[in-house]
Design a protein around this ligand. Sequence first.
Ligand SMILES: CC(C)(COP(=O)(O)OP(=O)(O)OC[C@H]1O[C@@H](n2cnc3c(N)ncnc32)[C@H](O)[C@@H]1OP(=O)(O)O)[C@@H](O)C(=O)NCCC(=O)NCCS
Length: 237
Amino acid sequence: MCAKLSFTPLEISAETPVCIGVALDEDLDGWMEAALPYVTDQERAHAERFVHLIDGVRHLVGRALVRKTLKTVVRPYEVGDFLSTQYGRPYSDQTDIDFSISHSGAWVWAAFSRKGQIGIDIEKVRKLRDLLGMAKMFHPQEIAEIQAVPENERPAYFYRCWVRKEALLKANGEGLSKPLDSFCVYTDERRNDWINTDATPEMKGWFTQDLAVGEGCFCSVAVTAPVKEIFVLQVKN
Ligand SMILES: CC(C)(COP(=O)(O)OP(=O)(O)OC[C@H]1O[C@@H](n2cnc3c(N)ncnc32)[C@H](O)[C@@H]1OP(=O)(O)O)[C@@H](O)C(=O)NCCC(=O)NCCS
């Protein structure tokens, strides 16, 4: 068996959602090979339509991470197509375990929860020419926080805001159809509890956490239910 994507089977209890991340190296053909046993023909065809090989590989590895994990905790599990909500959120009708996928740069992450819905987002930091212009789509309180810090600190505030909001959108499942100024997160450095529930009372009780994934990347997870902790695994290759 290929050494890539090999990890010890995980428990996913109702109390402890799980996040698994892999960092792709340059051996993209090897990653493709490792993912193929866990993906469908439809996903392979989708991956082939990307212009850049890396985008297709990220898609396949994300889907493979989910199926490989589900296979160890859901029995019997068939590698079938995922279904998709009207907003494009993938899910499986073979289990009540909710999952979310995110990829950026070399990272591919998947998150799983038996309680509520889960969302994960990772972003590799890029140089932004018009950070304040882009921030205009955020909630007024988030914009004020980003504007209030010195210029050299703004990228971190911006990206934290971005991945936290995306994690919430992906947990919620509405994707970008939910206006970005209709809910609010804190943008300063804090590991947990970063939803501004004064501005967004409907998200009270949700679990939130930032994951430390290394320099140059920001990553956040949100669960639409009150869990105590999450288990985080970075698969080494
Ligand atoms: C699709 C979206 C949910 C996330 O996209 P993204 O951050 O560009 O990409 P990510 O890698 O984090 O996530 C993509 C994965 O999300 C999943 N996804 C797609 N639609 C989804 C939805 N409505 N809800 C939850 N997950 C969704 C899929 O698994 C997809 O990967 P796959 O097709 O390879 O399986 C959507 O929010 C989007 O288009 N965002 C664009 C970025 C943006 O402008 N963000 C605003 C800043 S807050």
